[in-house]
Ligand binder design. Structure first.
Ligand code: PMV
Length: 313
């Protein structure tokens, strides 16, 4: 092994979808769930860049930074990075692995791209600011999602909770209170691109009503931020559940997400909502420390395929 790097998963606490329309959203990193990139010596001199995406069962090669399969996000990431800094393709093998479920609202794509680019940065000893890395990861995110807001790459590259407003400088969100979240995975892969497109169609068909819902989500996010500042977990939870009801109105929930949200609430969660693109993927619940194991059990009994715990402070 010559170098290694990793990047965390992320979860959106509140404001998804509305963030696409200029409202704020809050996202937090999940340090315990990570994508990893490890660089090894090449098999032979002149090999170029060999990428082994272990979980995807893919082996990719890049020999020429202008002539490659632009449909592949990892090759695109390598191209953007090398072209930006005027670097030649290195002779290296990079192995990628990830604990993060794919297409489930946990930022798997952005985390893999970030870990991959960080290991390239390390091998090439190329000084790169986080801001520049964030821009490149955002370009690759566009490949995955069409018109992403940029929240995923920001929280993952900087690995800090973020209060995010599209096209505005990133604002970090210091969280000075203890908060415990349980994340329940529906086990159903869902396309964020399709969910975002569905909300767009709804918006075009009924602007005033959908704008009202989006604005209400924005007010909830502002309220959650204030509740974080004042250390009021009860208020955070209540607003999260209200956020879920509004996401239902935007048609991005699903039977399974609703089942998991209801199961968490019935088992004593302070609040619960879907997280990310929706229609599958994950939900997040805010829980009291003493209820962690009973709510985890309730989520599994309600059909969660996995449950992750995130603790802040
Ligand atoms: O990548 P996901 O599934 O966590 O969703 C991203 C959040 C959305 O607001 C739905 C889309 C976006 O680009 O912000």
């Amino acid at each position: 092994m010559i170098a290694e790097a990793s990047a965390p998963a992320k979860i959106i606490l509140c404001g998804e979808h509305a963030v696409v329309y200029g409202q704020p959203a809050i996202a937090i990193p999940i340090p315990t769930l990570r994508a990893r990139a490890v660089a090894y010596e090449p098999d032979s001199i002149g090999q170029g860049l060999k990428i082994q995406a272990v979980d995807l069962g893919q082996e990719l090669y890049l020999n020429n930074i202008e002539n490659f399969d632009r449909g592949n996000p990892l090759l695109l990431a390598a191209h953007l990075f090398l072209a930006r800094f005027g670097r030649l393709v290195p002779d290296i093998t990079i192995e990628l692995t990830s604990d993060i479920p794919v297409a489930s609202g946990l930022g798997s794509g952005a985390a893999i791209t970030t870990a991959f680019l960080r290991v390239l940065i390390s091998i090439l000893r190329q000084p790169v600011e986080n801001g520049t890395l964030n821009e490149i990861v955002y370009e690759v995110e566009k490949f995955h999602h069409g018109t992403p807001s940029g929240i995923d790459n920001s929280v993952i590259v900087y690995e800090r909770p973020v209060y995010f407003v599209r096209n505005q400088p990133i604002e970090w969100l210091p969280i000075g209170m203890k908060l415990t979240f349980l994340i329940g995975d529906t086990g159903i892969a869902a396309s964020t691109y399709e969910a975002v497109s569905a909300v767009r169609l709804l918006y075009e068909a009924n602007r005033s009503e959908v704008k009202g819902t989006i604005d209400s989500i924005g007010r909830i996010v502002v309220g959650i931020r204030q509740a974080i500042d004042s250390g009021d977990a009860g208020e955070i939870g209540q607003l999260m559940t209200e956020n879920h009801r509004l996401l239902q109105q935007l048609t991005v929930s699903s039977t399974k997400l609703d089942t998991l949200v209801d199961a968490a609430l019935s088992a004593g969660a302070i609040g619960a909502k879907l997280s990310g693109g929706g229609r599958g993927g994950n939900m997040i619940s805010a829980v009291h420390e003493q209820d962690v194991s009973s709510i985890r059990d309730a989520l599994f009994s309600a059909g969660a395929s996995q449950v992750f715990e995130v603790r802040l402070s």
